[in-house]
Design a protein around this ligand. Structure first.
Ligand code: NAP
Length: 236
């Protein structure tokens, strides 16, 4: 598969480039960096997505950019009929819903996951299950100081999943500090006891197996799939 990485010079994008390049079944055909910073040796750099899609054949675009950049990139990929694997967070629930409708109408495909770490997907699943048994819950998410959006996409997704089983108010607290990568605790309470479910991404390698899985499964989905759980637990 020919993979193009949008946001290729960023923290996540550069890790995705290295991971794709070392995967024997995938071919890194290029990366987009608006500032034109050089990427890995032998990998072509473009300064915008449209220019790249006009220049080279691509099977999937992987997007780790910014909340402002991701929407226009989705429009471009839709116009070129190239599917996407999207890790960028910050799209609102309403925007995600609109994209789900449009993608089905226009026969376009994308996997959007607020968190590609397998452990984080399990944290969300267990938090949803536990919500059946607890009266109150709160979410604390901890991220590095450069993160642009708050609350995190993972915290919002966790709350959505928990509210599917019990429509209670679930406050989210956001911590931004140097030294952190991506961490989350879901604390559920009942009189006399609490249950804490915690996940830690200690480095960006933690997200790569999930990104590779989404790239390899992109041709099997229909429309926009939100959440890696649909791929991991095979209900696509
Ligand atoms: P980052 O280091 O700031 O990287 C973002 C990159 O995108 C930067 O190099 C930026 O370039 C570039 N960019 C900005 N506008 C662009 C455009 N129009 N076209 C192409 N590239 C553009 O951020 P990060 O830590 O890698 O995170 C990226 C996104 O992934 C965030 O939304 C974050 O929340 C999310 N994330 C998701 C997961 C997950 O598992 N789903 C995990 C970690 C992070 P400039 O620096 O020149 O602006």
């Amino acid at each position: 598969m020919r993979v193009l990485v949008n946001g290729a010079a960023g923290r996540m994008g550069s890790e995705v480039c290295r991971t794709v390049q070392s995967s024997s079944d995938l071919h890194l055909v290029g990366g987009i960096d608006p500032a034109g910073r050089g990427l890995l040796t032998g990998v072509k750099t473009f300064t915008n997505l449209k220019e790249a899609l006009e220049a080279i054949p691509v099977d999937v675009v992987v997007d780790f950019t910014t909340p402002h950049a991701v929407g226009p990139s989705m429009e471009t990929c839709l116009a070129f009929d190239v599917p996407m694997v999207i890790g960028t967070t910050g799209l609102s629930a309403a925007e995600l819903q609109e994209w789900q409708v449009r993608a089905l109408q226009e026969n376009w495909r994308a996997i959007i996951a607020p968190n590609f770490a397998i452990g984080a997907v399990l944290m969300m699943k267990y938090a949803q299950e536990a919500m059946n048994f607890f009266e109150q819950a709160e979410i604390i998410e901890y991220h590095h100081a450069q993160k642009l959006d708050a609350p995190s996409g993972t915290a919002l997704r966790t709350r959505t999943l928990m509210q599917e089983v019990s429509n209670k108010d679930i406050p989210i607290h956001s911590v931004r500090l140097p030294g952190l990568v991506a961490h989350q605790e879901v604390i559920l309470g009942l009189p006399g006891q609490t249950l804490t479910i915690r996940h830690d991404s200690n480095n960006r390698e933690s997200f790569m197996p999930g990104v590779l899985l989404a790239i390899r499964r992109i041709s099997e989905i229909k429309g926009v799939v939100i959440g890696l759980e649909h791929i991991l637990f095979a209900d696509i």
